[in-house]
Design a protein around this ligand. Sequence first.
Ligand SMILES: Cc1cc2nc3c(=O)[nH]c(=O)nc-3n(C[C@H](O)[C@H](O)[C@H](O)COP(=O)(O)OP(=O)(O)OC[C@H]3O[C@@H](n4cnc5c(N)ncnc54)[C@H](O)[C@@H]3O)c2cc1C
Length: 416
Amino acid sequence: MRYSALALAWNAVTGNRNWTPAWRDAAPRESYDVLVIGGGGHGLATAYYLAKEHGIANVAVLEKSWIGSGNAGRNTTIIRSNYLMQGNIPFYEWSMRLWESLEKDLNYNAMVSQRGVLNLCHSDVQRDAFARRGNAMRLNGVDADLLDRDQVRALVPYLDFDSARFPIHGGLMQRRGGTARHDAVVWGYARGADRRGVDIVQNCEVTGIRRENGRVTGVETTRGAVGAGKVALAVAGSSSRLAAMAGLRLPIESHVLQAFVSEGIKPLVHHVVTFGAGHFYISQSDKGGLVFGGDIDGYNSYAQRGNLPTVEDVCEGGMAMMPLIGRLRIVRSWGGLMDMSMDGSPIIDRTPVQGLYLNTGWCYGGFKATPASGWCFAHLIARDEPHPVAAAYRLDRFTTGALIDERGAGAQPNLH
Ligand SMILES: Cc1cc2nc3c(=O)[nH]c(=O)nc-3n(C[C@H](O)[C@H](O)[C@H](O)COP(=O)(O)OP(=O)(O)OC[C@H]3O[C@@H](n4cnc5c(N)ncnc54)[C@H](O)[C@@H]3O)c2cc1C
């Protein structure tokens, strides 16, 4: 069923009895051409583009829980393409372009809101670094504005500009950045994939990866064995566990990242704003709650919940940047399971097991990557060669040394 103003009006006058389910509740079949493991944004986008762009629709997405129950439904919804490194800029800008046409493409309201992403700087040195980043972005056709202190104040007057420790010197603004509604993105891709014949199988945990003579032949699941010519892993924070089922050890650590929502207030935060002297980012949802987060919890874990010291750390960052936040109550917080790579950049690649493909290492930033990740992963699976904009995301870069170290912090997983 196509969604339109007419469909809305017709269903309103007929008592809303004629809406059809957005996707079928499929049971797993005996075998498929491609199995995508993980019903988060990346897995569903991959299945959607496999069917739409490559005509490969004999595909199932196997999700151990309900679709969107992982990071896809737990993130702080920020989308942007303000990257510095050559390996990253074209990929994230391609993602931004896909975001800009996503709702039309999917015929689904994903609430893509290009409200602008503003990174604050708190010293002259940091402003120089932002000027460099902005120049790199512009040279690659990405929008970027370096703002002085007064320009920043005009946009976000509620911040603490004269803090003794972290005075605000200016900021780097990407106006095309913003937010999108995370679960709507999942549902939109699920519906689009389902309409093209993809089976979306929920409550189906993959428990083993079948191989014969170095080639993948299918998977074991809690709902029986399923055969496949190709198996694609898009399980984010569970990547190491799944890869281990095929005898692989990944350069990935799993960490908890928490998010927080305050009580609803009148419209105040009209952009996404990030603190430059610590790790804190904030936006305001359409319901009025302030949505914010900060650093990962900093220890390896597969739990989807975090600890109090990080709550305190995130709130300290918020108080330093925006003291008024101290008057608000936090009404919800939760944790997600992050796939932290050793250089902070992702992996979209083949693996040493023939027919087994890997999509992981999204760290803090995989939500904004969802469209391009699906697009490039589908390209890799269909053609067995990397898509040009994801050409740098090779698994062997950790042995060749061709790291994409966006933060310049070296090989460690605690990246911003
Ligand atoms: C608190 C938080 C805030 C974030 N904020 C942002 C942000 O503002 N902007 C941004 O760009 N990124 C953000 N991220 C990161 C982003 O959410 C992730 O990088 C991205 O969602 C990962 O891709 P995904 O959606 O496919 O993952 P997921 O949604 O985690 O999908 C993986 C799926 O695999 C399933 N799975 C696992 N094991 C199995 C198995 N054995 N069998 C079958 N299925 C399995 C899981 O249940 C899960 O549904 C944030 C993450 C968190 C946790």
